[in-house]
Design a binder for this molecule. Structure first.
Ligand code: ADP
Length: 631
C-alpha cells in the first residue's frame, strides 16, 4: 500500500546498489563495458528523451533520464520504474509500464544506444530475467469508511469530497499511476460562466438555433418544461443584453438533451449543468488555475468550454491528488478491484488483487464508489454492445488508456445493477493519424478531405463529425489552421517545429505550399480556403456551421491528419442524481454509488464535447459526500 507520491519531477536520478549475484554471470575477461558515462536518445511520445548511463567494467551503475517532454502524470511511472528496473536487473529486457508504453520503450531504446556506445554485448543485455519468484499469496484485510474504485477524475474528486466530509478513504487504482482517461484528456470543462463569457458575441444564426430548440416538438413533459424555461430566459436576455452570447444551465441542459437525441435523463442532465459552475469554483479552491478564455471544444456546440491554463487533464488530477493526500486519503496503486462484497443486500466492500499477487479484502463502513471509467479499451465489450457503428473491432483505435476495460460494469452486473444506453459509444473524430496537430477547438479551423474539399460543419455533433470522416477516402481528413491559432492558444513554437520535423504536422508558408505537402491539388485547396473565408465573413455556409472564428489567412499554414477512434462509452450503470446505483427493480442498491464514465443516462446517444470532465468531477464530488455520510 502506498500513499500518493507528490508529483514527480521529470528529472529523476536513480542509483541502486547492484547485487553481486546479478552480475557475476556477465563478467568476462575483457569486461562487459568500457567504463564511463554515456548519453543515449530516442523519440518518446512528445519529443526526444535523453538518458545518461554510467557503467564500470561489469555493470550499469546508474541510469538517469536527463531530458524528456513526456506528459506529466502519464509518463512519470515509466520515468521512475524503467531506469530502476534496468539498473536493478542489469538487462534491457524489462517490462514496459502499462499506460506509458511509448515512454517506457523510448527509455529502453535510448539506454540501448548509450550502452552500444559503451561497447556492450547487446545479446546479453536483452536476455529476459524472470522476476516472478517473489509473488505474494497472503490476503490483507483492510477497513475504511469509503472505498473508491478507480483514481480518475471521478474517483479523485470523490476522494477529496469524502475526506472533506470527515470520512477515512481508500482509493484503489489498478494502473501504476492515477488519472485514468481524465489525465489524458485536453481538459475541456463545459460550464455556464457569466463572468468569463461576458465578452462573447451573440449572432443571428445562434439566436435562430436557440429559438429552434425551444420551439421543438417536446419529447415529454420534462422536456417541455426545460424548453419553456429557456424561452423565458432567452427573451429576457434579448431585452437586456442582446449582443452578448446567451447561456444558462437550462440552455446547456437543453443542448445536452437534444444532442443525445433526447435519450438522456433530464434530471441527471440538469444536475450536471447546475453543478458545473459550483464544481469549477470548488476546483479553484483546490488549486486549479483556470484560463479566462472560453471557447468551444470539438463537439461542444456552444462557447462554454472552460479550460485550466495548462489545458490538460493533469491540471485537475494533480491538485485533487495533492488535496486528497493532505486530507489523508490512501491511494493504492496497481491494485485492481475484482468483486463487490454484498451482505444482506448491502454492498460493504470489495475483493481486490495487487500486481504483486497480494489479495485484499476491504470493508467499507459507509459506502463503495464505482469510479472505474468506461470500456473503450475493451474490444470484446465494445463489439458486444455496439449497434450503431459498422465495426468497432481491433482495427479501430481508441483514445483511451489501456485500463478502460469496463471492470466496474462487470462488478455492477454481478450485484444486479441496471444499465442504460450501453450501445451508445462515442467515436472521437480527432484521432491524430499523423501524430500531431495544433488545435482541438472548432472556432478557427477548417476540415478538408483528401481531395481538398470541406465536407462537414466543423462545429457539428461528434457523431456527425465521426460519421462524416468515416465516409471520406481512407476515413481520413485534415484539420487546417493558420498561424493565428498557434498564437491564440499559445502553443510553444518549439513544439510546432518538433511536430513539423517529425512529420506529425505539415507546414506551408502559403496555402498552396501546404497543399503540396499533403498531396492535394494546390488550386483546389486555395479555392476551398477562399470559399471558407467568405463563409467566415458571412457567418454562414452550406453545411450550417454556427460557431465561427478567424479566417484562415495568416501564414504559415498547418495541416494534420485525423480519423475517428473509440473515445467514450456513454452508457453505463443507472444512477439517480445523488449517485446511488439503481438495480433492475428500480431500487437503490444500498452502499453502492457510481460516478463518471461508468454511469449512463446523461449523454444519450451523443455526448457534447467538453461535458465529460464536469460529469466526472461534479458527480464524483457528490458521490464522495453522499458515501461519506451514508446518505
Ligand atoms: P472517470 O472520468 O469516470 O473518472 P477515468 O478513466 O478518468 O474515468 O478513470 C477511471 C480509473 O479507474 C482509471 O484510472 C482506471 O485505471 C481505474 N480502474 C478501472 N478498473 C479498475 C479496477 N478494477 N480497480 C481499480 N481501478 C480501476
Amino acid at each position: 500500500m502506498s500513499k500518493i507520491k507528490s508529483i514527480l519531477s521529470i528529472l529523476i536520478s536513480i542509483l541502486f546498489v547492484v547485487s553481486i549475484v546479478g552480475c557475476s554471470d556477465k563478467k568476462t575477461e575483457a569486461g562487459m563495458y568500457n567504463p564511463g558515462t554515456y548519453i543515449g536518445t530516442a523519440d518518446g511520445h512528445n519529443g526526444e528523451i535523453k538518458v545518461e548511463v554510467k557503467v564500470d567494467k561489469d555493470k550499469i551503475l546508474s541510469l538517469i533520464v536527463l531530458e524528456s517532454a513526456e506528459t506529466e502524470g502519464i509518463a512519470d511511472p515509466a520515468i521512475e520504474k524503467i531506469p530502476a528496473a534496468i539498473v536493478e536487473k542489469q538487462t534491457l529486457a524489462v517490462d514496459t509500464v502499462s499506460g506509458a508504453t511509448v515512454t517506457s520503450s523510448a527509455i529502453i531504446e535510448a539506454t540501448k544506444m548509450a550502452l552500444k556506445e559503451a561497447g556492450a554485448d547487446m545479446s546479453k543485455l536483452t536476455e529476459y530475467k524472470d522476476d516472478n519468484s517473489e509473488i505474494q499469496t497472503e490476503t490483507e484485510k483492510l477497513e475504511t469508511d469509503v472505498l473508491i474504485i478507480g483514481a480518475g477524475g471521478a474517483g479523485m474528486a470523490a476522494a477529496v469530497s469524502a475526506t472533506e466530509a470527515g470520512a477515512n478513504v481508500i482509493v484503489l487504482e489498478k494502473m501504476p499511476a492515477i488519472g485514468g482517461n481524465t489525465i489524458r484528456s485536453g481538459g475541456a470543462f463545459n460550464t455556464v460562466d457569466p463572468e468569463n463569457q461576458a465578452n462573447l458575441k451573440m449572432t443571428d444564426t445562434l439566436r435562430e438555433s436557440v429559438k429552434e430548440a425551444f420551439n421543438a416538438k417536446p419529447e415529454n413533459d420534462e422536456h417541455q418544461k426545460l424548453m419553456d424555461e429557456v424561452k423565458v430566459q432567452f427573451e429576457a436576455h434579448e431585452n437586456e443584453n442582446p449582443d452578448v452570447l446567451f447561456d444558462s444551465p437550462e440552455w446547456h441542459a437543453l443542448q445536452t438533451f437534444m444532442s443525445g437525441d433526447m435519450e438522456g435523463d433530464i434530471s441527471l442532465i440538469r444536475k450536471l449543468t447546475n453543478e458545473a459552475l459550483p464544481t469549477k469554483e470548488w476546483l479553484s479552491s483546490k488549486g486549479v488555475d483556470w484560463s479566462k478564455d472560453i471557447r468551444a471544444v470539438v463537439g461542444a456546440l456552444w462557447e462554454r468550454s472552460s479550460q485550466a491554463t495548462e489545458e490538460k487533464g493533469s491540471s485537475f488530477i494533480n491538485p485533487l491528488a495533492k488535496q486528497a493526500e493532505e486530507n489523508g486519503a490512501e491511494v493504492m496503486l496497481e491494485v485492481s478491484a475484482k468483486e463487490l462484497i454484498v451482505e444482506e443486500g448491502k454492498v460493504i466492500g470489495a475483493i481486490a488483487e495487487g500486481s504483486d499477487g497480494t489479495s485484499y479484502e476491504i470493508t467499507a463502513n459507509n459506502g463503495v464508489i464505482l469510479a472505474t471509467g468506461g470500456f473503450s479499451a475493451n474490444v470484446e465489450m465494445r463489439q458486444k454492445y455496439n449497434t450503431i457503428w459498422s465495426d468497432l473491432g481491433e482495427d479501430m483505435e481508441t483514445t483511451n488508456h489501456p485500463g478502460a476495460t469496463g471492470d466496474g460494469i462487470i462488478m455492477a452486473e454481478d450485484v444486479n445493477a441496471d444499465f442504460v444506453g450501453m450501445e451508445s459509444i462515442q467515436l472521437m473524430p480527432l484521432w491524430p493519424v499523423s501524430g500531431g496537430g495544433i488545435s482541438g477547438y472548432v472556432n478557427n479551423v477548417m476540415y478538408i478531405n483528401k481531395s481538398g474539399e470541406r465536407y462537414v460543419a466543423e462545429d457539428s455533433r461528434r457523431d456527425v463529425l465521426a460519421q462524416g470522416a468515416l465516409d471520406q477516402e481512407d476515413k481520413i481528413f485534415y484539420i487546417i489552421n493558420d498561424h493565428t491559432e498557434v498564437e491564440d492558444i499559445g502553443l510553444p513554437q518549439e513544439q510546432v517545429d518538433y511536430m513539423v520535423s517529425e512529420k506529425m504536422l505539415f507546414k506551408g508558408e502559403t496555402i498552396e505550399e501546404l497543399a503540396k505537402e499533403i498531396n492535394i491539388d494546390p488550386s483546389v485547396l486555395k479555392e476551398t480556403t477562399e470559399k471558407f473565408n467568405n463563409a467566415v465573413e458571412k457567418q454562414s455556409d452550406e453545411f450550417g456551421r454556427l460557431v465561427w472564428g478567424n479566417k484562415i489567412e495568416k501564414g504559415p499554414f498547418y495541416a494534420a491528419s485525423y480519423s475517428p477512434a473509440v473515445h467514450h462509452t456513454m452508457g453505463g450503470v443507472k444512477v439517480d442524481i445523488n449517485t446511488h446505483v439503481i438495480n433492475k427493480n428500480g431500487e437503490i442498491i444500498k452502499g453502492l454509488y457510481a460516478a463518471g464514465e461508468i454511469t449512463g443516462g446523461i449523454h444519450g446517444t451523443n455526448r457534447v464535447g467538453g461535458n465529460a470532465i464536469p460529469d466526472a468531477l461534479a458527480f464524483g464530488r457528490i458521490a464522495g459526500e453522499k458515501a461519506a455520510k451514508s446518505e
